[in-house]
Design a protein around this ligand. Structure first.
Ligand code: AN7
Length: 336
């Protein structure tokens, strides 16, 4: 399977012969969710972005951002991140032979993401501050040093991420509504760009965590907090564009509580066989809590894989059953 620059080159700002840094990202599964569909009263599909090479949708943007950085002669890339951008940037930097640095909020990044960034050889800086402070600082840093910024303020990121909208439309033909978690608001902006370029306009419903819902409140949140660490963001970089996407598509941005997020997280794993990370479950939590207008066909974007955050899973799931190594004990343990 080709990577997405190859697959969608005519819709992307890359010419034949430009350098391409790819891990064959994109082309992710879109699976129907029968139990969720029954609960919602519509046909619901799940876009499994956790099936990307580093386990999140960020790879779509990163293949473009890092390919463009190589084309421009960059030697290093940097990002601020709640975790997934860091993991993806580190992987694509390694692939390209560039140095990578990532700045993450100390103690607020899921274990899997930290392991990825470190294994790929990035310099991982744990900031004693929020994601928003980290982003402000890296933006100042790249003004002073020749390092490519690969956060979603980088236009190439959105170009890559818009391809997910193409894929959904190619599979379903059309769509009434899309539900999506919102943090820094790059992804919803990218989907809207992709849908418009493909001449479709499903309603976009974005969901933020209650404790980190600046777009819902209409004001930045100084100390954002939620169990969904990936979307623990108080001042989204793509604020205006995201609000335009919600308004233009006749959609909305709404908040979901941590309890609703965790309910959806467990439901998807236990009832649909789909393990996503908590932030991703916000899309389904929002659909369950608020609906999606009168939509008959709905796609929920599951942005990252559940294995990103093993500690959260162990905290939320049933305990393991200890057992002595004899048959009757095993019978009791298995059947009891
Ligand atoms: C799983 O990695 O911002 O609204 O620094 O990891 O485009 O920010 C992650 C965001 C949703 C929100 N789901 O997307 C980062 C980062 C998952 C995420 C989002 C993120 P945006």
């Amino acid at each position: 399977m080709a990577g997405l620059i190859e697959r969608y080159r005519e819709h992307l700002p890359f010419a034949d012969g430009d350098p391409v840094v790819s891990l064959e990202e994109g082309s992710t599964p879109l699976v129907e969710a029968p139990r969720l569909s029954r609960r919602v009263g519509a046909r619901v599909w799940l876009k499994l972005e956790g099936a990307n090479p580093t386990g999140s949708f960020k790879d779509r943007g990163m293949t473009c951002a890092v390919s463009a950085a190589v084309r421009e002669g960059a030697e290093a890339v940097i990002c601020a991140s709640t975790g997934n951008t860091a993991a993806s940037a580190a992987a694509y930097a390694a692939r390209a032979g560039l140095r990578g640095a990532v700045i993450v909020p100390e103690g607020r990044i899921a274990t899997g993401k930290l392991a990825q960034a470190l294994m790929h050889g990035a310099r991982v800086v744990a900031l004693r501050g929020t994601f928003d402070e980290a982003l402000t600082l890296v933006r100042r840093l790249v003004d002073r040093h020749p390092i490519a910024l690969v956060n979603s303020v980088n236009a190439f990121r959105l170009e890559g991420q818009k391809t997910a909208a193409f894929e959904v439309l190619e599979e379903l033909g059309g769509l009434d509504a899309l539900c999506i978690p919102v943090g820094n608001a790059g992804n919803v902006t990218a989907y809207w760009k992709g849908f418009r370029e493909a001449d479709h306009a499903p309603r976009l419903f974005g969901f933020q965590a209650e404790g980190a819902a600046p777009l819902v409140h209409g004001a930045p949140v100084q100390a954002p907090d939620t169990v969904a660490t990936a979307i623990r963001i108080g001042n989204p970089a793509r604020w205006e564009e995201a609000m335009d996407a919600f308004t233009s598509s006749r959609g909305a941005v709404r908040a979901v509580s941590d309890a609703q997020i965790l309910d959806a997280y467990r439901f998807l794993a236990a009832e649909e066989g789909v393990f996503c990370e908590p932030a991703s479950a916000a899309s389904v939590a929002g659909l369950l809590a608020h609906g999606a207008g009168e939509a008959e066909s709905v796609a929920c974007v599951l942005t990252g894989h559940g294995l990103k955050d093993p500690q959260m899973a162990l905290d939320q799931a049933a305990a393991v059953v200890p057992c002595e190594p004899d048959l009757s004990a095993v019978e009791r343990a298995v059947l009891g």
